[in-house]
Write a protein of this length. Structure first.
Ligand SMILES: [Zn+2]
Length: 265
C-alpha cells in the first residue's frame, strides 16, 4: 500500500513536470519538441537537472550556468500534481485490491481531468484568464463522465436529465453576475468553467463545491489584503482556482451541502 502510494506520487511528479511544459509553451506558442533549456542563458539541461522537484531543490532554485532564479511555479506544479495523484489514489484504493481494471479506468480518467484543472488553475492565476480551448476540452471530458461514471465508479449508462442540473444551477447565476457587473465581479470564464464542474460533480456536490469556493476565496482574499502589499481592494483575484479547489474537496470527500452546514451545529 505504501509502495503504491509512493509510485503514484512519483508518477504525479513526472506528469507535473509535463504540465509545466504545457503551461509554459501554451502561452508562448512554442512547439513541444526540443530539449529543455534554461530560459535565461539557453544552456541545455542535463538529465539530472530534469528530475521533478528534486532538481529544483538540489540546484537551490537557480540555473547551474548563469545563476538565474528558476520560477517557483515549476516545483510547485510538480509537487501539487504529485499530491493530486496521491489523494486520488487514496480515493480509489479500495477498488484496486478487488479489480485492477475498475481501478485503472476511473484513476486514469480523474487524474487526467484534475491535471487539466490544475493547468487551468495556474493559467488563471498567472494570466487572469481561462483559455476557451482548455475550458472546452474540460467540458467535453466532464460531459463524457456523466455517461461513464456514477459517484466515481466506472459504470457506463444513459444519464437521466437531473444529471445535467449541476451544470446549470451554478453556471447560470455566474453568467448573470458576469452580465450585470459587466465582467467586474466575475469573468465569463468562470461561468464556462462551472458548466464542466457541474457536469463532473452533479447537483448536490456542485453546491458544496461552490459554497467552499466562496469561503476559501474570502479567507485567502483577506490574507492577501493584510499580508501582501501588492493587493488592494481593487485587485482582481481570479475565482476559478477557488472553484476548482472546492470541486476537488467535494469530489474527494463526497461532501454534501448539509454536511458542510452541519459543521456549525
Ligand atoms: Zn541559465
Amino acid at each position: 500500500m505504501t509502495i503504491f502510494a509512493v509510485i503514484f506520487f512519483i508518477l504525479g511528479l513526472v506528469i507535473g513536470s509535463f504540465l509545466n511544459v504545457v503551461i509554459y509553451r501554451y502561452n508562448t506558442q512554442k512547439s513541444f519538441g526540443g530539449r529543455s533549456a534554461c530560459m535565461s542563458c539557453r544552456t541545455q539541461l542535463h538529465w539530472y537537472e530534469l528530475v521533478p522537484l528534486f532538481s529544483y531543490l538540489g540546484l537551490k532554485g537557480r540555473c547551474r550556468s548563469c545563476q538565474t532564479k528558476i520560477s517557483a511555479q515549476y516545483p510547485l506544479v510538480e509537487f501539487l500534481t504529485g499530491i493530486l495523484f496521491l489523494v486520488l489514489f487514496f480515493k480509489f484504493k479500495d477498488i484496486l485490491y478487488q479489480d485492477t481494471l475498475m481501478f485503472i479506468i476511473p484513476y486514469a480518467f480523474y487524474t487526467a481531468i484534475f491535471s487539466l484543472l490544475l493547468v487551468i488553475t495556474v493559467y488563471d492565476i498567472k494570466h487572469k484568464i481561462i483559455p476557451d480551448v482548455l475550458s472546452f476540452v474540460f467540458g467535453v471530458l466532464a460531459f463524457l463522465s456523466v455517461f461513464l461514471f456514477i459517484d466515481g465508479v466506472f459504470y457506463p449508462h444513459m444519464p437521466v436529465i437531473s444529471d445535467f442540473f449541476g451544470a446549470f444551477v451554478i453556471s447560470v447565476p455566474f453568467a448573470l453576475i458576469w452580465l450585470l457587473s459587466r465582467g467586474t465581479w466575475m469573468g465569463l470564464g468562470d461561468a464556462k468553467l462551472a458548466v464542466g464542474l457541474g457536469l463532473l460533480l452533479g447537483m448536490p456536490l456542485m453546491l458544496s463545491a461552490t459554497v467552499m469556493a466562496f469561503w476559501i476565496g474570502a479567507i485567502i482574499g483577506i490574507f492577501l489584503l493584510i499580508f501582501n502589499k501588492k493587493y488592494n481592494r481593487k485587485s482582481e483575484v481570479p475565482f476559478g482556482p477557488f472553484l476548482i479547489l472546492g470541486t476537488l474537496i467535494a469530489f474527494l470527500c463526497e461532501l454534501e451541502i448539509y454536511q458542510l452546514l452541519n459543521i456549525f451545529n
